[in-house]
Design a protein around this ligand. Structure first.
Ligand code: DX5
Ligand code: ZN
Length: 221
């Protein structure tokens, strides 16, 4: 396996939105590689968060990559808006994609990176044909919709199965702590999206460096 890099993506869902710019700066200073932005529409998941308007505001205050995790129905209608707002990567859910390859093409048209995500009940083989076409697979390790839930160990075999056929980035999202990140990495995950764990701490920098010290399974590095 080629050398995979551990990347840490603080999930802004757990940030204090009344001080968004300073929360973003806190994540920057912690050594985070990118920012994970959870977009929820109240249909695909039972919660509503934010749209392109807020992504545009975030874009103004940071140079870190903005990763838009779209937990929305009809994602094809919103690719352009999230791309133009300044997202660097757009992640769609396979469960919402009428034409996954068409969606990937439309994200590429805006020269953005592409990720595909799966809910806990969705099987690894549903995304197999897409693996050569995406930059990242995001494995949900909680039911999407809310931060602060417990990591689902039942998702570990899925990570391992995807890693068998995929050399790109595998991210995990939901219930990530140092311990659960280690478990996920032992199956081949290398990107950690973590909300409560990082934003809930007074010492995000220390936690980010600990996460970066984790070894990935099979990585000879
Ligand atoms: C859940 C979101 C996650 C969430 C993770 O639907 O996709 O990104 O912010 O939050 P924690 O790390 O608190 O589980
Ligand atoms: Zn997310």
């Amino acid at each position: 396996m080629s050398k995979l890099k551990i990347k840490v993506a603080p999930s802004l869902l757990a940030a204090d939105f009344s001080s968004l710019a300073s929360e973003i700066k806190r994540a920057e200073r912690s050594g985070a590689d990118m920012l994970h932005v959870d977009v929820m529409d109240g249909h695909f998941v039972k919660n509503i968060t934010l749209g392109p308007f807020i992504v545009r505001a975030m874009r103004k205050v940071t140079n870190l990559s903005l990763i838009a995790h779209l937990m929305i129905e009809n994602p094809e209608k919103y690719i352009e808006a999230f791309a133009r707002a300044g997202s660097d990567m757009i992640i769609f859910h396979i469960e919402t994609a009428k034409s996954p390859k068409g969606l990937i093409r439309s994200i590429r048209k805006f020269k953005k990176k592409v990720g595909v995500s799966l809910k806990p009940k969705t099987k690894a083989n549903t995304i197999k044909p897409l693996l050569p076409l995406v930059d990242e697979v995001l494995v949900m390790t909680v039911e999407p919709g809310f931060g602060g839930q417990g990591f689902m160990r039942s998702q570990l075999p899925k990570i391992k199965e995807i890693r068998k056929n995929y050399k790109g980035d595998i991210a995990v999202d939901g219930g990530i702590t140092y311990e659960t990140a280690k478990l996920a990495a032992s199956m081949g995950a290398n990107v950690f999206a973590a909300g409560t764990y990082l934003f809930g701490s007074m010492d995000m920098k220390n936690l980010v460096s600990r996460l970066k010290g984790i070894r990935i399974r099979g990585d000879k590095g």
